[in-house]
Design a protein around this ligand. Structure first.
Ligand code: ADP
Length: 263
């Protein structure tokens, strides 16, 4: 009898150990696959803006565009956008090293409505290129928070950039901002492909990207953006939620504590 009990115990313990080893192996494998995809995507993501700016500068000098202010302005705008994109990307990559740590904030009295307008204005060109209709609706109540301007700007940029990247039909993007005195609510609603329920929590995980049709990730990316967004919002003691049905667009809603008047 003693022999039977100890054998059963041995089998149970072996099964448990086997289960954990298998889980570790699978997660390592998934992580390794994600890292390979990440590196190849990053190569593309970093090279593209550099190549675009180099080409723009070359065109300006080669075709002597100083005498053609309209064209010249277009090339300069394009370069500015690309450098801004690169700088946001580097910001995200630098934040990779802070895993587990809270993102360090330099809080200021931050006007969310003005911040959103500025980001939208800075993204005029990519929005135009995507044939997008982008509308910002703000409440009459002011929306001030104690927040880090650089990180929040990058958060808004990421969410708008994703809407542009993943929407194939002409993009309709509705951005709203309102306050109930206690909480500031900001939402980004697009008419893109949506995110199936099964992946809705996962999209906030580092490196995760929703599988695209045919399993070819045609839209390039790093799988870092939403993880960064989540981290920044969490550091501001806020929340971010996603509402989406596959095929019916996505709405990301951020809630941040309103600034106290004494700040
Ligand atoms: P990246 O865009 O670099 O892949 P993100 O972390 O920003 O990384 O997004 C994770 C994944 O979530 C994306 O790969 C995409 O599959 C999905 N996603 C994010 N935003 C949207 C959106 N607005 N519409 C549809 N899918 C989205």
């Amino acid at each position: 009898r003693y022999y039977l009990i100890s054998s059963i115990l041995m089998i149970v313990l072996t099964a448990i150990a086997f289960y954990f080893i298998l889980r570790l192996m699978i997660s390592r494998r998934i992580y390794a696959d994600a890292r390979i995809a990440f590196t190849s995507n990053m190569t593309h993501e970093i090279k593209t803006p550099i190549a675009t700016v180099a080409l723009a500068l070359e065109s300006i000098s080669k075709y002597n565009l100083i005498n053609e202010p309209v064209k010249m302005e277009r090339y300069l705008q394009m370069s500015k956008q690309e450098l801004q994109r690169l700088s946001h990307l580097i910001e995200k990559i630098l934040n990779l090293s802070q895993e587990g740590e809270e993102i360090k904030l330099s809080p200021v009295f931050y006007d969310v409505q003005a911040g959103l307008s500025d980001v939208i204005r800075s993204m005029e060109l990519p929005l135009q290129d995507a044939g997008a209709a982008c509308e910002l609706v703000v409440s009459p109540e002011p929306c001030f928070i104690e927040g880090d301007a650089v990180h929040l700007t990058t958060v808004f940029f990421n969410l708008i950039e994703n809407a542009i990247k993943y929407t194939i039909n002409p993009l309709k993007l509705l951005i709203t901002c309102s306050s109930d005195g206690e909480w500031i609510t900001i939402s980004f609603k697009d008419n893109g492909p949506g995110i199936p329920k099964a992946f809705q929590d996962k999209v906030f995980e580092r490196f995760f990207r929703v599988p695209q049709p045919g399993n070819t990730l045609t839209v390039k990316g790093s799988g870092l953006g939403l993880n960064y967004v989540f981290g920044v919002i969490q550091s501001h003691k806020g929340t971010i939620t996603l509402e989406s049905e596959g095929g019916k667009g996505s709405t990301f809603t951020i809630k941040l504590p309103a600034a106290s008047n004494e700040f």
